[in-house]
Write a protein that binds this ligand. Structure first.
Ligand code: IPE
Ligand code: IPE
Ligand code: MG
Length: 249
């Protein structure tokens, strides 16, 4: 758990976001059903929640279930929902004790009451914590989040639109599900796929992207550190001609 570990090294990654991909292929190469891979994926989540703060991460966003994942077979969807419930129920006390503040990002529309209750419980039981801000993206789609944020701004009776003002980037950012934290510095995707799959489209405008070959259930501290080293070797220029450290290039 984050508060039981010594912080070893700083990489300047305040917000790490991860597309946890490859559970199904990991299981397939072992001749096992996809559900076996998803279960192993939960262990990788636990490792990552423990390890990321050791590298200086304060905000961790994990892509657990996309708005497009509803198109999977019904039994796989029920496995995934079951695992989410299992993870929250079994780990919530430890997460709370370790100072983790949990938030579920994504659309709540159409979710069953048992899931909604669990989400509310996870958020309220950990709301006072601040050692690690953990966002779990569930029923999440980046385009959907942008649409919901814009709608929120438009509908706000005291907001900029109601006052006849001009919409700004900051207005939308403040209405996003991730408003409590900074934009991700680094996005890691496992499984070798090189795409974003509708993840944090608004927030990753200037994030560094690292694609790693390993399947999510195998992802460990070694892979995490390697991705951070890769991040450290990058120059974040934000459209300018000097690096973020102020070095002229
Ligand atoms: C990631 O693994 C978990 C979710 C998307 C929910 P996948 O289930 O996508 O595994 P692959 O990509 O088919 O191997
Ligand atoms: C992205 O993985 C979603 C999650 C990791 C939750 P997918 O496996 O659903 O993405 P595609 O279909 O390969 O783009
Ligand atoms: Mg996949």
């Amino acid at each position: 758990m984050p508060d039981q570990v010594q912080q070893t090294e700083q990489y300047g990654v305040e917000h790490l976001a991860i597309i946890m991909d490859g559970n199904g292929r990991w299981a397939k190469t072992r001749g096992r059903p996809r559900s076996f891979g998803h279960r192993a994926g939960v262990e990788a989540v636990r490792r990552t929640v423990r390890n990321a703060p050791k590298l200086g991460v304060r905000h961790l966003t994990l892509y657990a279930f996309s708005s497009e994942n509803w198109s999977r077979p019904a039994d796989e969807i029920s496995d995934l929902l079951g695992l989410l419930k299992f993870y929250v129920r079994s780990d919530l006390a430890d997460l709370a004790a370790a100072g983790v503040c949990v938030r579920i990002i994504g659309s709540r529309e159409g979710l069953k009451p048992d899931i909604l209750n669990l989400i509310n419980m996870a958020e309220s039981k950990t709301a006072h914590n601040s050692k690690l801000y953990l966002n779990i993206a569930f029923n999440y789609g980046g385009r959907d989040e942008i649409v919901r944020a814009v709608q929120k701004v438009v509908d706000d009776p005291t907001g900029v639109v109601a006052k006849g003002g001009k919409l700004t980037v900051e207005d939308i950012t403040a209405a996003m599900d991730t408003a409590r934290g900074p934009d991700p510095d680094l996005v890691i995707r496992t499984s070798g796929e090189k795409r974003i799959s509708n993840f944090l489209l608004w927030q990753i405008a200037y994030a560094e992207l690292v694609f790693v070959e390993c399947m999510w259930p195998d992802f460990d501290m070694e892979h995490l550190t390697a991705a951070f080293e890769e991040y450290r070797s990058r120059d974040r220029r934000y459209g300018g001609v000097v690096s973020a450290e102020g070095v002229a290039l």
